[in-house]
Write a protein that binds this ligand. Structure first.
Ligand code: NAX
Length: 333
C-alpha cells in the first residue's frame, strides 16, 4: 500500500468540515488505496468541539485513516502537507454581503499563506473554500511565494454542481448526463453559469446541446442564471445556515478531479490564476473551464463567447479587480 499523504482541513470544527472529513477519510478524494493523515486546524476556542470531531473520526473505524492531528497551531497544521482544504473563515450570515466579509477573512488567508510557505510541501495543492474564496486564494498565494501559483485554486465547483443539477432536473435526466457546464469568474452573485457549450444525454440516449434540449433561451439567460447565482442565499434563508453538505461534496469533487484527472470528454470549473485567457484580467483568481491531468490543470481554450457572455465575464472581472485592490489594501494595513 502507498505511503500515507498529509491532508490539512482548516475550520475543522465547522459545519463544512464535518461533512468533508468523512469523505476524505474513507477514500472518496485520494482513492481507496491511499492512506492519509488528517491535520485538523481550527482556532483555540474550538479545541473542545474539535476533540469531539476527532472522537467521531476514530469511531468511524476507517482503514485508510492512519493519524488525526487536531491543532490550533498553523505550524503543526500545515507541516509537510500534500493537500490543503482552506475552509476556516467567518461564514456569511443572512443579509450579509460578501464584501463585508472580505476585510475579516483576507487577514486569515495572509497568515495561512505565510504558514504554508514555511511549513507545507512545495508541491502542496491548495483549495480555498472560505469566502471570498477567489480573493482569499489570491492573497494566500501572494504570501506563499515559494509555492508555485498554479498550486492554488478556489472553489466554484458548488456553483457548477448547482448549475448541472438545475439543467438535469429540468430535463429529467441524471446529473452526470449533463456535461461541459462552465462557471466563469467569481464565486459570488456576479459569477456566470454558462451552458452555451454544454451537452446532455437525453432520456432516449441522444446527445444534444443543452440549448436545443431545453429549447427555452429566455429561461437559460434568465431564471437559470439567477437561480444558480442566488442559490447560496436561498439555502441560508431556508436553513438559517450556509450550504455545508453540498459545499463539502463540491470540495471533494474539486480536489478529486485535480488530483486524479477530470472526466474524459468533459471539463470542470475551478478558480485559478488567470493568464489573460478570454480577455480576463491576468493575475486574479478567475473561474474557468479546466481540464486536469496528472495533477495539473489547463484552461480550456477556443470557446466562443457571444455578446451576452462577454458582458457577464466583464462584470465578474470588474468585481474581482475591486476585491483584489481592497484585499491588498487590507493586507498592507
Ligand atoms: P463554520 O462557521 O461552521 O466553520 C468555520 C470554522 O472555521 C469554525 O470552526 C471557525 O472556528 C474556523 N476558523 C475561523 N478562523 C479560523 C482560522 N484562522 N484558522 C482555522 N480555523 C478558523 O463555517 P462553514 O459553514 O464551515 O463555512 C466555512 C467557509 O466556507 C465560510 O467562509 C463560507 O462562507 C464558505 N463557503 C464557501 C463556499 C464556496 O462555494 N466557495 C460555499 C459554502 C460556504 O458558504
Amino acid at each position: 500500500m502507498a505511503e500515507p499523504i498529509r491532508v490539512v482541513v482548516t475550520g475543522a470544527a465547522g459545519q463544512i468540515a464535518y461533512s468533508l472529513l468523512y469523505q476524505l477519510a474513507k477514500g472518496d478524494v485520494f482513492g481507496e488505496k491511499q492512506p492519509l493523515s488528517l491535520h485538523l486546524l481550527d482556532i483555540e476556542p474550538m479545541m473542545g468541539v474539535l476533540n469531539g470531531v476527532v472522537m467521531e473520526l476514530q469511531d468511524c473505524a476507517l482503514p485508510l485513516l492512519r493519524e488525526v492531528i487536531p491543532t490550533a497551531d498553523p505550524a503543526v497544521g500545515f507541516k509537510d502537507v500534500d493537500a490543503a482544504f482552506l475552509v476556516g473563515a467567518m461564514p456569511r450570515k443572512e443579509g450579509m454581503e460578501r464584501k463585508d466579509l472580505l476585510a475579516a477573512n483576507v487577514k486569515i488567508f495572509k497568515a495561512q499563506g505565510q504558514a504554508l510557505d514555511q511549513h507545507a510541501k512545495k508541491t502542496v495543492k491548495v483549495l480555498v473554500v472560505g469566502n471570498p474564496a477567489n480573493t482569499n486564494s489570491l492573497i494566500c498565494s501572494k504570501y506563499a511565494p515559494s509555492i508555485p501559483p498554479a498550486n492554488f485554486s478556489a472553489m466554484t465547483r458548488l456553483d457548477q454542481n448547482r448549475a448541472q443539477a438545475q439543467i438535469a432536473n429540468r430535463l429529467g435526466v441524471p446529473v452526470n448526463n449533463v456535461n461541459k457546464v462552465t462557471i466563469w469568474g467569481n464565486h459570488s452573485s456576479t459569477q456566470f453559469p454558462d451552458v452555451a457549450n454544454a451537452t446532455v444525454v437525453t432520456a432516449n440516449g441522444e446527445t444534444k446541446s443543452v440549448a436545443d434540449a431545453i429549447n427555452d433561451q429566455a429561461w437559460l439567460n434568465g431564471d437559470f442564471i439567477s437561480t444558480v447565482q442566488k442559490r447560496g442565499a436561498a439555502v441560508i434563508a431556508a436553513r438559517k445556515l450556509s450550504s455545508a453538505m453540498s459545499a463539502a461534496k463540491a470540495a471533494a469533487d474539486h480536489m478529486k478531479d485535480w488530483w486524479n484527472g477530470s472526466p474524459e470528454g468533459s471539463w470542470v470549473s475551478m478558480a485559478v490564476f488567470s493568464d489573460g485567457s478570454y480577455n480576463t484580467p491576468a493575475g486574479v483568481m478567475y473561474s474557468f473551464p479546466v481540464r486536469c491531468s496528472k495533477g495539473q490543470w489547463e484552461i480550456v481554450q477556443g470557446l466562443n463567447l457571444d455578446e451576452f457572455a462577454r458582458g457577464k465575464l466583464d462584470l465578474t472581472s470588474k468585481e474581482l479587480l475591486e476585491e483584489r485592490d481592497e484585499a491588498l489594501a487590507v493586507c498592507q494595513d
